[in-house]
Design a protein around this ligand. Structure first.
Ligand SMILES: Nc1ncnc2c1ncn2[C@@H]1O[C@H](COP(=O)(O)OP(=O)(O)OP(=O)(O)O)[C@@H](O)[C@H]1O
Ligand SMILES: [Zn+2]
Length: 468
């Protein structure tokens, strides 16, 4: 099935044609690891995880790299404040990032390059750029000369004046032109640094990604992805460096950018302070609910984080898991799951997840309408095939667990609840309604409601405001 993607470079939806169908390459700018990430930072990881899943269905080998930025001034500040080496901070938060992504069902990338492990490649790239007249050394810095690359600004479609104003670039005496940006900068002894032809120093952020792409994926990659906030200056600068370091070869054929996750109409960002840490949210909500919310809007559109969106998502997933619970008697082998054609077509249309979610809801309805055993099996196979491609309905073998996990996905009090439910059932059978009612009240106090179904009592957790 033909995959179509919006390419920020041409500002058009294009058919995806890899350079080499035997080896598709994709790079995503990963996190700068000095703190727990916020839920906005998880949007690119989840969205491009979905793209990787789609690509893997179509191509025999997809090499997906998502880097870790483990040298950066923000990390240095955090390390100084806490009085520890940067490695202590970066190791801790890189690991936290991996764990949080795994909780969201994001598959680990094929390659996870760390910036600090590619310093020689960065230095070599700087030397090549200097030799070819695209960069110059000045006062222990190396700067990229934007005037040496006439196509500079093509990705963001900005004029040089806009770019300089927008980036609030530092006017430094050693710059030949105000738009020139840093490839390498000097480090004082209290800062992390590496020996280089320009003295002890450290890389600028942009050269890190260019060097890691080159080292692992080659001079030209198929897809480069990241948040729209990185389009300028980060991606513009990556293009300038890589293209000039590779004799004009195109750096990335397709540039994909996700829209921002907003809170109260503004980008969720550490600098604005309106962030919800994913690490904390995972203690409050089932991870699948968060994945659902991050995929619900089409990836290029801005998305809003709100309590009402959370509630709606929960209700939808309750409905889907309710349908699966009614199909417990229908076993479906994972190899028999089917991804319906219209569902895959929606995703292949520039990851049209709103359409894919609408189809999923129809597939849920189809399971309810299915009458014969064959129809029920076929409807369940399609529902699971579709949902699993999105990384949803992962609790399909035990749908009741969806209703019984408490907010944090913790099931530690289940035994106690089941005892109360069983005691209430015995009381009802013994027609001791006073006792049954008091047990129901005890369960309510634990945030649990009991429904009497044909298969016996079923319980689920509800939130305080649902009870009100
Ligand atoms: N609110 C957001 N919504 C969606 N993606 C975001 C958001 N904020 C950052 N990103 C993306 O998260 C990824 C990791 O970025 P990085 O670690 O550099 O975060 P950051 O830019 O420092 O975050 P912040 O803007 O909060 O300071 C990038 O691809 C970036 O585009
Ligand atoms: Zn990058």
């Amino acid at each position: 099935m033909k995959l179509k993607l919006h390419n920020s470079l041409t500002r058009r939806i294009e058919e995806f044609t890899p350079q080499n169908p035997e080896r598709v390459t994709m790079y995503l700018c990963g996190p700068t690891v000095y703190n727990y990430v916020h839920i906005g930072n998880a949007r690119p990881a989840v969205v491009f995880d979905l793209l990787a899943r789609l690509l893997r269905r179509q191509y025999p080998q997809v090499v997906y790299a998502r880097n870790i930025t483990d040298v950066d001034d923000k990390i240095n500040i955090a390390a100084t404040e806490q009085g520890v080496p940067i490695g202590t901070i970066t190791a801790k938060f890189a690991q936290a990032y991996r764990e949080d992504m795994a909780a969201l069902g994001v598959a680990p990338p094929d390659i996870e390059p760390h910036a600090t492990e590619h310093i020689p490649q960065m230095i070599a790239m700087c030397e090549r750029l200097i030799a070819d007249g695209h960069a110059y050394a000045a006062e222990n810095h190396v700067l990229f000369s934007v005037d040496s690359y006439p196509a500079y600004g093509q990705l963001s479609g900005r004029s040089t004046e806009d770019m300089i104003a927008g980036a609030r670039v530092e006017v430094a005496p050693y710059k030949k032109s105000p738009g020139d940006f840093v490839l390498w900068k000097p480090s004082t002894l209290d800062l992390p640094g590496w020996d280089s032809p320009w003295g002890r120093g450290r890389p600028g952020w942009h050269i890190e990604c260019s060097a890691m792409c080159e080292a692992h994926l080659g001079d030209t990659i198929d897809i480069h992805a990241g948040g729209i906030d990185l389009q300028f200056p980060h991606h513009e600068n990556e293009i300038a460096q890589s293209t000039c370091a590779h004799g004009g070869k195109i750096f990335a054929k397709y540039w994909l950018h996700n829209g921002m996750l907003n809170m109260d109409g503004r980008k969720m960002s550490k600098s604005l302070g309106n962030v919800l840490q994913l690490h904390e949210l995972l203690k409050l909500h089932p991870p699948e609910l968060l994945r659902f919310l991050l995929l619900r809007a089409q990836y290029r559109q801005p998305a809003d984080w709100s309590e009402s969106a959370l509630k709606q998502a929960r209700a939808t997933l309750d409905g889907w898991y309710g349908a699966l619970r009614d199909l417990l008697d229908v076993p479906v082998d994972p190899r028999d799951e089917v991804v319906p054609t219209d569902f895959e077509a929606a995703l292949c249309d520039d990851l049209n997840t709103p359409e894919a979610f609408a189809i999923l809801s129809r597939l849920v309805d189809d399971t309810r309408k299915a009458a014969t055993p064959e129809q029920r099996t076929s409807a369940k196979a399609k529902l699971l095939g579709a949902a699993h491609l999105l990384g949803l309905l992962t609790l399909h073998l035990d749908p009741q667990a969806w209703f019984q996990q408490n907010a944090a996905g913790d099931e530690s009090d289940v035994a106690q609840i089941e005892q109360l439910v069983a005691a209430r059932q015995s009381a009802k059978q013994a027609k001791d309604f006073a006792l049954a009612d008091s047990l129901r009240a005890q369960l309510l106090a634990l945030g649990v409601v009991v429904e009497d179904s044909a298969q016996g009592p079923r319980w689920k957790r509800v939130s305080i405001d649902e009870l009100a």
